[in-house]
Ligand binder design. Structure first.
Ligand SMILES: Cc1cc2nc3c(=O)[nH]c(=O)nc-3n(C[C@H](O)[C@H](O)[C@H](O)COP(=O)(O)OP(=O)(O)OC[C@H]3O[C@@H](n4cnc5c(N)ncnc54)[C@H](O)[C@@H]3O)c2cc1C
Ligand SMILES: *[C@@H]1O[C@H](CO)[C@@H](O)[C@H](O)[C@H]1NC(C)=O
Ligand SMILES: *[C@@H]1O[C@H](CO)[C@@H](O)[C@H](O)[C@H]1NC(C)=O
Ligand SMILES: *[C@@H]1O[C@H](CO)[C@@H](O)[C@H](O)[C@H]1NC(C)=O
Ligand SMILES: *[C@@H]1O[C@H](CO)[C@@H](O)[C@H](O)[C@H]1NC(C)=O
Ligand SMILES: *[C@@H]1O[C@H](CO)[C@@H](O)[C@H](O)[C@H]1NC(C)=O
Ligand SMILES: *[C@@H]1O[C@H](CO)[C@@H](O)[C@H](O)[C@H]1NC(C)=O
Ligand SMILES: *[C@@H]1O[C@H](CO)[C@@H](O)[C@H](O)[C@H]1NC(C)=O
Length: 492
């Protein structure tokens, strides 16, 4: 899509020579907190260490992503978000924006400066005529599914309980419904965006095509999103649930995954497999999903026939299937994610992933690993066909049907952070080399920002789209306010 390069130059000009006082010391940040407190409406509040709100506001799924902010603020209106951003910019104060707080990367939604918690943006407004729903960016998917269930409709959202709508959507979003409808960003009809200069915009394809493109994958580079309008789809009973397997069954699970990916092309079917090591014991878990009250004969039979530890499979509501996975059992531990893209979940590749699960599970015995987890996420080769690179910042190319593979390690002590961080990098490199050796051309594949480890080069996420995103950012953020917060920062 063609975009005027002139906006880049205009952005630079307006960004120059603005007098900005730096607020880097604790005292200066405290002064910013006070200034915010006296400038916002009664719908919003500032909190300090010691209060329950402050504690909730800074808390993250992984404790390694939590930092001690100087204060937290819970804005209750878009106008107050604009006021807050303007103050943060004019005082040059570091800050963070938290949706569900599920990022495993420190500083992405945490800070020692001003923690913005979006928790009060919790409205859910279903528009039956348009088949859309407006959702606040302080929500988790559980809330959205529950609110829509009485209407018999659903959205393309998270696969396990507790994940935030905001970061998930702004980065991409892999769902059980992705084979049918695409990534979550492929189902977004609009955003309400508070820009870094304090404007409140209704961003749609027709009103702001540049920002619409940029926000579909561009995270917190363009301001703070307060509302997302998602397409809704009719949703009846689903079938499936959770199966857990002993380590001895996993080679057969690898075989069944290879067969499933080779043979099943029903877009209503989806699986999510995790090879886990807990105290050096390998355990498999598999969520199987069919968007209908029962699956066509045969498609999941191989998984059901492998000897398992537990099976919780039935015809049920979407919300019930969604809550079958106890994803929060590691909440509060330190954590790291890292990932790569593959082209095909063959039996051999799954077994190479099993080998990594066993190997690192063994290595981590002395480091008090709580969980070593490798997620195998097959989708149909058509998964990227529901959107286009012209209309979304991520993925940067839809030519190859790359599939995400995610590593998640959870552990107890910050003393071991570097060990797990390094291992997550080494293990990704090992699996990538194995995939290449098996003939999968994934050497130049982009990565998924919601699974990528801190330090991943920004170009690995946004690819050829980067220059265009830089120009859009220069235009919407002439004073580079969003550089005061962490995340996948697009420079300009
Ligand atoms: C247990 C678990 C399961 C997961 N399952 C899936 C899955 O099935 N599919 C999938 O695709 N991903 C999955 N993820 C990854 C998930 O997409 C990311 O963790 C994502 O960051 C979560 O969004 P959040 O709002 O909770 O995160 P946060 O940590 O709150 O935010 C993440 C980033 O988004 C930015 N951000 C948040 N809110 C706003 C806003 N209002 N405006 C602008 N920027 C904002 C933050 O500043 C930060 O940089 C999973 C993660 C976990 C921990
Ligand atoms: C703003 O603060 C950052 C550190 O957070 C500093 O590097 C930068 O120079 C400051 N800018 C101005 C204009 O004071
Ligand atoms: C939520 O909706 C109510 C009723 O329409 C409105 O008054 C309120 O401002 C909304 N809150 C947010 C945070 O959007
Ligand atoms: C996968 O398919 C092959 C070939 O049909 C078969 O031999 C094998 O048993 C299948 N795997 C499982 C776990 O059923
Ligand atoms: C794995 O598959 C083999 C060959 O089909 C079969 O003999 C064996 O019983 C299976 N093991 C488990 C644990 O299901
Ligand atoms: C199966 O999962 C549901 C949650 O979806 C739970 O309520 C139920 O107790 C589980 N059943 C068993 C046997 O564990
Ligand atoms: C996990 O979620 C359940 C249900 O919401 C809750 O009761 C439990 O306390 C949570 N556990 C952790 C460790 O957060
Ligand atoms: C298993 O993983 C280890 C550690 O990465 C590696 O050295 C070994 O070659 C792997 N074995 C197989 C069979 O892939």
């Amino acid at each position: 899509m063609a975009r005027p390069l002139a906006i880049f130059a205009v952005g630079l000009l307006t960004g120059l020579y603005l007098p900005v006082l730096a607020a880097t010391g604790t005292q200066a940040i405290s002064a910013t907190c006070s200034q915010i407190a006296s400038s916002i409406s009664s719908a919003s509040n500032v909190y300090y260490p010691g209060s329950t709100n402050y504690q909730d506001d800074i808390e993250h799924f992984s404790s390694s992503s939590t930092q001690q902010a100087t204060c937290s603020v819970e804005p209750g209106t878009a106008q107050d978000v604009a006021t807050i951003l303007t103050i943060l910019g004019s005082t040059n104060t570091t800050f963070a924006v938290k949706g569900g707080g599920h990022t495993a990367n420190p500083t992405f939604s945490s800070t020692t400066g001003v923690q913005i918690a979006m928790i009060r943006f919790n409205n859910i407004t279903y528009n039956a005529d348009a088949s859309t729903v407006d959702v606040g960016t302080g929500l988790i998917w559980d809330d959205v599914y529950e609110a829509l269930a009485p209407y018999g409709v659903n959205v393309v959202g998270g696969r396990v309980s507790g994940i935030g709508v905001a970061g998930f959507t702004l980065g991409g979003g892999y769902s059980f419904l992705t084979n049918q409808y695409g990534l979550t960003i492929d189902t977004v009809n609009g955003f309400e965006l508070v820009t870094p200069t304090g404007a409140i915009l209704d961003v749609t394809e027709s009103s702001h095509p540049d920002l619409m493109y940029a926000l579909k994958g561009g995270y917190n580079n363009f301001g703070i999103v307060t509302r997302i309008t998602l397409q809704t789809y009719s949703q009846g009973q689903v079938w499936g649930g959770l199966i857990t397997y002993p380590g001895s069954s996993i080679p057969n699970v690898s075989s069944a995954i290879g067969n499933f990916t080779a043979n099943v092309n029903d877009p209503k079917a989806a699986i999510l497999a995790s090879y886990n090591s807990i105290l050096d014991q390998v355990i498999g878990s598999l969520t199987i999903f069919y968007d209908g009250p029962s699956p066509p004969a045969g498609i999941f039979d191989e998984f059901l026939a492998i000897s398992s530890l537990t099976q919780n499979i039935s015809s049920r509501t979407f919300l019930d299937l969604f809550s079958v996975n106890p994803s929060n059992m590691t909440a509060g531990n330190r954590g790291v994610f890292n990932s790569l893209m593959v082209l095909d979940y063959t039996e051999d590749l799954c077994n190479a992933i099993l080998n990594q699960t066993q190997y690192w599970g063994g290595q981590f015995i002395s480091q008090a690993a709580v969980l070593v987890s490798y997620d195998i996420e097959p989708f149909l080769p058509t998964l990227f066909s529901h959107g286009s690179t012209a209309t979304s910042a991520w993925p940067p190319s839809r030519a190859q049907p790359y599939l995400p593979m995610n590593i998640y390690y959870a552990w107890e002590s910050s003393i071991n952070d570097q060990v797990f961080y390094s291992a997550a990098q080494e293990s990704v490199a090992t699996i990538k080399a194995a995939a290449v050796q098996m003939g999968q051309h994934v050497e130049g594949a982009f990565v998924y920002g919601n699974y990528a480890i801190s330090g991943t080069p920004i170009a690995d996420i946004f690819g050829d789209g980067l220059p265009e995103l830089e120009a859009i950012r220069a235009n919407v953020d002439p004073q580079n306010v969003m550089a005061l917060t962490g995340g996948w920062r697009i420079p300009w």
